[in-house]
Design a protein around this ligand. Sequence first.
Ligand code: DAH
Length: 342
Amino acid sequence: MIATSSLDSTVESYQYKIQSCDTLETLENLRLEILGKNGFITQQLKILGQLDPESRRHQGAVLNQAKETLSKLLQKKKQDLEEHHLSQRLAKEAVDITLPARPWKVGKIHLLSQVRQQITDYFQKVGFQLAEGPEIEDEYHNFDALNIPAHHPARQNHDTFYLKDWPHRLLRTHTSTVQIRSLTQQKPPVRLISLGRVYRSDDLDATHTPMFHQVEGLVLEPGVHMGHLKGCLMDFCRSFFDNPNLTFRFRPSFFPFTEPSLEVDICHSFGKSDQRWLEILGAGMVHPQVLQHCGIDPDTTQGFAFGIGIERLAMLKYGLEDIRPMYQSDQRWLDYYGQRWS
Ligand code: DAH
């Protein structure tokens, strides 16, 4: 058993050690050394039993006193170190909430949105209204009403996404559906465009994506004929490509929902000596059967329609050879082709 005088000096030296601890970890080691299972005080308490009752009582009181003194000191030191640790962390991780957000990055308008806006602006200026239709369509609006009955070869040309759990529902393969939707709600005269997404189960390559955008135009007005259709499209293209001398080629074509039908090519130059004809759109006079499906008498009303791929227009205007980057969200591409908000 340790003598009282030497117990006093041991307690004193522990007090000193506790005071000079500067981390929670060393303090915990010290606590174990004093109060742990094999700690100094615990060991002393264990041998109390071997003493005679008189000395046990005396020695017990002295030991308990020492234990309490050291426990309190350990406790107090632990609190101090924790507080110190917290205030250090707060100082280190301080945030100046009065500073502006950094880095100051502002998003830009995606190229496709810019082109959509340019198309919309042009057509609105010449009196067209905007119309909309759903992207999930039925076979009637996407095919039948547009004079593409079941088993018509044109259905095979549109690689259609059918909805698995919804019979006869599909993702529209073209915006021509909006012709039907609008004409069943609104009677002629109409002059409308509709821009939106269309879907075809094409493989992804430089010029195809399973989802792309089209703009559909429809004009039903008294006395409207092919001349108006050609003038309308030429004026739009010259304005869109900002080239009053743009030259065109109108080729006879076939679409089930127009008669006659045509495709339009523009002469596009890729550099000085490389000029090529490029197809940019399909159009025609609205087929009498389409009008009949919408309850309109084809003997008294006629008009024209056209459909243009928006990605294709964007690629021609901005000289892109690959459609894929438009959908890859590459920050560098977005930054280069994006337009600042004004
Ligand atoms: N719907 C056609 C397609 O997706 C494009 C089209 C051609 C639309 C001629 C028309 C049109 O309105 O008259 O390929």
